[in-house]
Design a protein around this ligand. Structure first.
Ligand code: HEM
Length: 220
């Protein structure tokens, strides 16, 4: 509770919850890559996940808590920052600010909207473009559901657009974690900054490649 009372404490909480979500983004990208193996790859991956039963629900609760804590404190920290920054100080520090760092609150809100849409789309499967069917082994056909949805340019545009927003958020977010934790100095900062950018690019290209390659009929 003491942690929540100080500005630094709130930032540390945001940094830790943010990095835990980055771990999810890495694991989810690896899991989604099973689509490159073909229908059997992603359908058996999804079946294994669902067979974990209660563990899936514990994981979902943990994720929801992370999203809420990160989001609520993100709004608080952002309001505190704009209230506490005198304008001449802000001007002097302008060169350190980037488009990515200045738009964290907006890219964060857009990612929250995307994740809500994405869960209604592929997890709850309540969107009109979703096709529900089973494969030859009588498993739910995730491959068919995903490939039919991504044959629609509008859906591909939503996903690629969201991945660009995720890229902007993580480009600043990953390096910001190390700064908040104090794990940076003048020598390591450029390296950390570069690692954050490379990871953000890998997420952008990795995630976007799935809808784009399906639309281009390389995956079918
Ligand atoms: C092209 C990109 C993506 C594809 C193809 C994709 C695919 C999927 C699929 C098929 C599911 C349903 C899994 C199942 O219930 O069997 C799912 C769930 C989910 N995805 Fe994605 N995903 C993508 C990007 C993302 C991104 C960037 C995020 C986060 C920023 C994300 C977060 C989630 C979450 C939170 C769930 C719900 C997990 C659960 O069932 O509790 N996804 N995704």
């Amino acid at each position: 509770m003491e942690l929540l009372k100080s500005v630094v404490g709130r930032k540390i909480l945001m940094a830790i919850t943010g990095q835990m979500m980055v771990l999810f983004v890495i694991v989810h990208l690896l899991g989604n890559s099973s689509i490159f193996i073909g229908p059997n790859g992603i359908n058996s991956y999804a079946e294994h996940l669902h067979s974990l039963g209660p563990i899936v629900w514990i994981f979902r609760l943990v994720m929801l808590t992370l999203v809420l804590v990160h989001g609520i404190f993100g709004i608080i920290v952002s309001l505190e920052n704009s209230a506490a920054t005198p304008s001449n100080y802000a001007l002097k520090n302008r060169k350190r600010a980037t488009f990515s760092s200045e738009t964290m609150i907006w890219t964060g809100l857009l990612i929250a909207i995307f994740v809500t849409y994405h869960i209604l789309h592929f997890t709850a499967r309540v969107m009109p473009d979703i096709v529900l069917s089973t494969d030859a082994k009588d498993r739910f056909d995730v491959f068919k559901m995903v490939t039919i949805s991504f044959s629609l340019p509008a859906i591909v545009a939503i996903y690629v657009g969201a991945m660009i927003v995720l890229f902007l958020h993580l480009k600043h977010g990953i390096q910001s974690f190390f700064q908040t934790m104090g794990w940076n100095n003048d020598r390591s900062l450029p390296v950390i900054s570069r690692v954050g950018q490379v990871l953000a690019v890998i997420f952008l290209l990795g995630y976007s490649s799935i809808p784009v390659l399906i639309l281009a009929q390389f995956i079918k």
